[in-house]
Design a protein around this ligand. Structure first.
Ligand code: PNS
Length: 165
């Protein structure tokens, strides 16, 4: 019987409960799910790639069929190199759709054999993004309940300049 391997790519800076919800859904559908962290993001990251690998690895260890990897360069090249057939992406709202559609169609042009599958996380995470988590945290707000424990503890351990934490 053939198995289906999927790649869930992203920056994961940091991993949120929305991402984790999506990972749980992907793990149920696909035989193997690889959560792939983009290494060469242009954005200035809050967490280094090794820190993100650590947080993700801790958070996905309860799933028997989920692993964590990093990639550089074209996503579709990584997908092919991994012998995967599917790219998983999350859609929260219509506003995500335009960008995601562009990426999916470009990836299809580059590698027609690879399918992009969109999944929706639970609606309680529909407003949660890594960008907002970073913003709220950096301004001293609580992000408890919105990110996994592995992320909460690292955020709490991080002493920000100008903050009396
Ligand atoms: O979580 P993000 O930051 O929205 O993830 C974006 C990501 C990593 C999926 C996207 O930037 C990507 O695939 N980058 C790799 C470079 C690439 O393949 N670019 C062409 C995409 S059409």
């Amino acid at each position: 019987m053939s198995t289906v391997k999927a790649i869930y790519p992203g920056s994961f800076d940091p991993l949120t409960n929305g991402h984790l919800d999506l990972i749980a859904r992907g793990a149920k559908i696909f035989d193997h799910l690889v959560v792939a962290i983009l290494k060469n993001s242009e954005k200035a990251p809050l967490f280094s790639v090794p820190e993100r690998i650590e947080m993700l690895t801790e958070s996905v260890q309860s799933f028997g069929n989920v692993s964590v990897a990093t990639f550089d360069g074209l996503l579709v090249e990584f997908v092919v190199q991994q012998c995967a057939q599917v790219i998983v992406r999350g859609i929260r709202a219509i506003s995500d759709y335009e960008y995601e559609l562009q990426m999916a169609l470009m990836n299809r042009r580059l590698a027609p054999q690879v399918e992009t599958v969109f999944l929706m996380a639970d609606e309680k995470y529909s407003y949660v993004s890594s960008r907002l988590i970073k913003n709220v945290f950096e301004l001293g707000g609580s992000v408890d309940g919105l990110v996994p424990q592995a992320v909460v503890s690292r955020l709490q351990a991080r002493v920000l300049p100008n903050k009396n934490r």
